[in-house]
Design a protein around this ligand. Structure first.
Ligand code: ZN
Length: 256
């Protein structure tokens, strides 16, 4: 819809300040690493926002000027204000795209949109992850082979407490034997939602070309098709109405 596509990359940006292992991998924060590879695409304008900014960096103006929002959260889901979550949710229902990364499976916004527990199994044990591309015709998997591998990642395992996805894009296998629905989409209102599992903060996952390709593809896929605000207007008839039209029209006044 918009040209260029307006992208906001949101991150907690707390691990990077507290854990030297994380800041060594992401000196400017994970959100800036993601923004940096997206900025190579001339079709995108990319800004970043993070938790400890006023309104978490997601002011009304920023949200109104965002076509696709990427969300990385992990340790501080509870610190995200409910009022901001409600505004983000409303924007998705209007048409904004949302890409939930890694532990955003437990973010308030993700759970609010999907309506289920979104719980899962996990293990930090440097498993290898193999992501199988189970929907090779999908826009998100273009340029991705039959599978790709991440040498070391946190394990997420089934059962994953999500509603059955509209589209299942990736299934992961881990060294420990678990599998997981690592890439999945849902339509929510007029907006598109994509969940993409990899991205634990102590591994250099967002530096990997395949991961960057998936996220870049997903940003384009999630672009808004429409922007339809949540209003409930009384509507005039398009065709001549029967004789009692005026009365029946009046009876609907004030009806919501
Ligand atoms: Zn993690």
């Amino acid at each position: 819809m918009s040209n260029p596509l307006r992208v906001t990359v949101w991150g907690e940006f707390r691990h990077e300040k507290k854990n030297p292992k994380v800041s060594a991998i992401y000196p400017d924060g994970m959100h800036e690493c993601i923004a940096a590879f997206l900025r190579k695409d001339p079709a995108l304008t990319v800004r970043t926002a993070w938790l400890d900014q006023p309104e978490h960096g997601l002011t009304d103006a920023v949200l109104a000027g965002t076509d696709v929002l990427l969300w990385w959260g992990h340790m501080a889901h509870g610190d995200v204000q409910d009022a901001i979550v409600a505004k983000v949710r409303a924007r998705v229902l209007e048409g904004m795209g949302l890409i939930a990364l890694h532990s955003a499976h437990y973010a308030k916004i993700f759970k609010a949109l999907l309506g289920t527990t979104c719980s899962l199994k996990w293990r930090e044990a440097t498993d290898k992850e193999r992501l199988w591309n189970v929907l090779p015709s999908h826009p998100i998997t273009q340029g991705i082979g039959e599978y790709f591998e991440i040498p070391a990642e946190e394990m997420y395992g089934e059962p994953f407490g999500i509603p059955t996805p509209d589209e299942l894009i990736f299934i992961s296998w881990f060294t420990g034997g678990e599998v997981f629905r690592s890439g999945a989409t849902w339509q929510r209102g007029h907006g598109k939602v994509f969940y993409f599992r990899p991205g634990h903060e102590t591994y250099p996952t967002y530096h990997l070309p395949d991961v960057q390709k998936v996220i870049s593809n997903a940003v384009h896929w999630a672009r808004p098709m429409v922007n339809i605000p949540d209003v409930c207007p009384n509507s005039p008839a398009l065709e001549p109405l029967p004789e009692d039209a005026e009365a029946s029209q009046r009876s609907t006044e004030g009806h919501k």
